[in-house]
Design a protein around this ligand. Structure first.
Ligand code: ZN
Length: 149
């Protein structure tokens, strides 16, 4: 568990950097064979792109680096429960394990909402580990939205 916390710290750093850019503070990191191969924070505002969630940007970076549309044996760490779009992308990329921080009761698609991985139309479900550095991840989001009011 210490290893996963250490990698989640990098995702938290990405989340804080996203907040500094005025983006919803979510960060994601992809690891393969113990090595970080991609990391990203939300850039939806900067790119004018609703699909530019941290997970999607990290998947794109990792896929580009590996020259593969599938990220078999890779693990994705993200500070917030993925939304439906990202949950699907994680499945399509064949990511092995998903580690996430805070739960997202309103927008999550893994353990809330559509529960993508539990659907019969989902052909690959990663192993899911939740609650990694949950309090830190939630605090970053809470501070961000408090400061915007
Ligand atoms: Zn998403």
């Amino acid at each position: 568990m210490n290893g996963s916390k250490r990698i989640m710290d990098r995702a938290l750093t990405e989340a804080r950097a996203a907040a500094a850019r005025g983006e919803v503070p979510v960060g994601a990191v992809i690891v393969l064979d113990g090595e970080v191969i991609a990391s990203a924070g939300n850039r939806t505002r900067e790119l004018n792109d609703v699909t530019a969630h941290a997970e999607i940007l990290a998947i794109r970076e990792a896929s580009s680096k590996l020259a593969s549309e599938r990220l078999i044996d890779a693990d994705l760490y993200v500070t917030l429960e993925p939304c439906a779009m990202c949950a699907a992308a994680i499945s399509f990329a064949r990511i092995r394990r998903l580690y996430y921080g805070a739960e997202d009761e309103k927008g999550g698609g893994v353990d809330h909402g559509g529960r993508f991985y539990a659907q019969p139309t989902c052909h690959h479900a990663p192993e899911v580990y939740s609650g990694i550095a949950e309090q830190e991840a939630a605090a970053i989001l809470k501070d961000f939205f408090a400061n915007r009011r």
